[in-house]
Design a binder for this molecule. Structure first.
Ligand code: AMP
Length: 413
């Protein structure tokens, strides 16, 4: 986190909220410079043992208390910010930017929130039952506590809205698909779009002239193929379950597995949902979903962990191959998010043996620890392999600032 070195107008700050079903992640930042005043998370909302953890000016504050609902959680955020010298309630903020998971067919750009938008986000809950209701709760809480501050929704699906028909269409009955909104939407779009721009900047090139493959490898994981700045494919689909192997999600599966489990193991729909969202992926195979723990198990020769890693890499390479062919020629392959930014072995194994395609990593550059965006391929390699830290909060804050400034609806302070 960068420290503020000058006391500046707090009302240029944007509060970014990522509301989950039982958590609120937040960041208070200045969107032009990216200076972060404070960031934190409220966890276990609605359970008996709620807690907040905040970082501000290098100090960590922790408080444990029951948090009944999102509005109580947001009050706790404002209290904790105030204790760190950021009194959002009295000083206001320029805007609140929300990460909203599903924009469906309706939303494909950052959108100023009014009653109609809020209703539409709520109506999209059938496509994202775990996520959109939490986003709605976050928006309503801000309305209650900061009624005069404009709010902007930034949709995780937006970047992929214009996917070509062949990439976004599932091969099922067209009428059923249309009636139920079934198509590939893609997720992590804010991250893919941000990283795509940062990669082009690092290379000193116009994104419109680059073909890129981006791997967002965090707890959730997704890949995208981006042609001249426009995505032409992505690995997540109707929901964030499809595609790469993730911390606790399986990625691609034979859909027959679901009906087989329901028939043979007598799992009901909620049990299948839990199995696929929480107990699969790296966790299902190895027992741990954190990649650092996986690596510790692997170092001890744990065979389940080694298999989980091999399955993870096998799927990554599967998508790399598919997107190489879809793009025809690729200028940059970029790794981002927790695993992508911090795990040289994953990056090396993902591209191993692809020298004949102009793809290689330089072992020294790949192993070097750094926070900045950087190139890890040999300088003369035809394809640039990059590590680019993602920053979804900054992207959301900038989008919120832009939308509010364009709408002429700056907050009454
Ligand atoms: P994210 O969802 O982007 O926060 O990424 C979370 C994942 O990144 C978890 O599996 C973490 O174990 C992994 N991760 C974060 N930091 C590191 C690190 N320094 N080394 C290896 N994995 C990491």
């Amino acid at each position: 986190m960068k420290n503020r070195d000058v006391a500046s107008d707090r009302t240029d700050r944007v509060l970014v909220l990522n509301s989950g079903s039982s958590s609120i992640k937040y960041q208070l930042l200045e969107p032009v410079s990216g200076v972060v005043d404070a960031s934190g998370i409220v966890e276990r909302i609605g359970e008996g043992n709620g807690a907040i953890e905040q970082r501000a000016d290098g100090e960590i504050t922790r408080r444990a208390e029951r948090v009944a609902d999102h509005t109580t959680g947001l009050r706790l955020v404002f209290d904790t910010l105030s204790a760190a010298g950021r009194d959002v309630l009295s000083e206001g903020v320029f805007a609140v930017g929300h990460r909203v998971v599903h924009g469906g067919e309706t939303f494909y750009r950052p959108t100023l929130i009014d009653d109609g938008v809020l209703t539409a986000i709520s109506e999209l809950s059938s496509l994202a039952p775990l996520h959109n209701p939490a986003n709605v709760a976050g928006i309503e809480s801000v309305r209650e506590l900061l009624p005069s501050v404009p709010q902007v929704a930034v949709f995780d699906t937006a970047f992929f809205h214009g996917l070509p028909a062949a990439a976004k269409t599932y091969a099922i009955d067209g009428e059923i698909a249309a009636a139920h909104g079934i198509r590939r939407y893609g997720f992590h779009g804010t991250s893919h779009e941000y990283v795509c721009g940062q990669a082009a900047e690092l290379l000193g090139r116009d994104p419109a002239q680059l073909n890129q493959i981006i791997f967002h490898l965090g707890n959730g994981a997704s890949a995208s193929a981006v042609q001249g700045g426009r995505p032409v494919d992505t690995s997540m689909g109707l929901t964030p379950l499809e595609g790469l192997v993730m911390g606790s999600r399986p990625g691609d599966l034979d859909p027959g597995i679901v009906s087989h489990l329901m028939r043979s193991a007598h799992l009901d729909i909620d049990q299948v949902d839990t199995l696929l969202n929480r107990d699969s992926g790296i966790k299902g195979l190895s027992g741990v979903n954190d990649f650092r723990e996986l690596q510790r198990l692997m170092a001890n020769g744990d065979s389940a962990a080694l298999l989980a890693y091999d399955v993870y890499i096998h799927r990554l390479r599967h998508y790399l191959g598919a997107y190489l062919v879809e793009l025809g020629a690729v200028d940059a392959i970029t790794f981002t998010a927790g695993v992508g930014e911090n795990t040289p072995r994953v990056r090396a194994d993902a591209v191993a043996g692809l020298e004949r395609f102009g793809i290689a990593v330089d072992p020294v550059a790949n192993a070097a620890r750094a926070r900045a965006a950087r190139r890890i391929s040999p300088p003369d390699a035809p394809v640039a392999v990059l590590v680019v830290p993602t920053n979804e909060e900054l992207a959301i804050a900038r989008a919120a600032r832009r939308v509010v400034a364009e709408s002429g609806c700056a907050s009454a302070r």
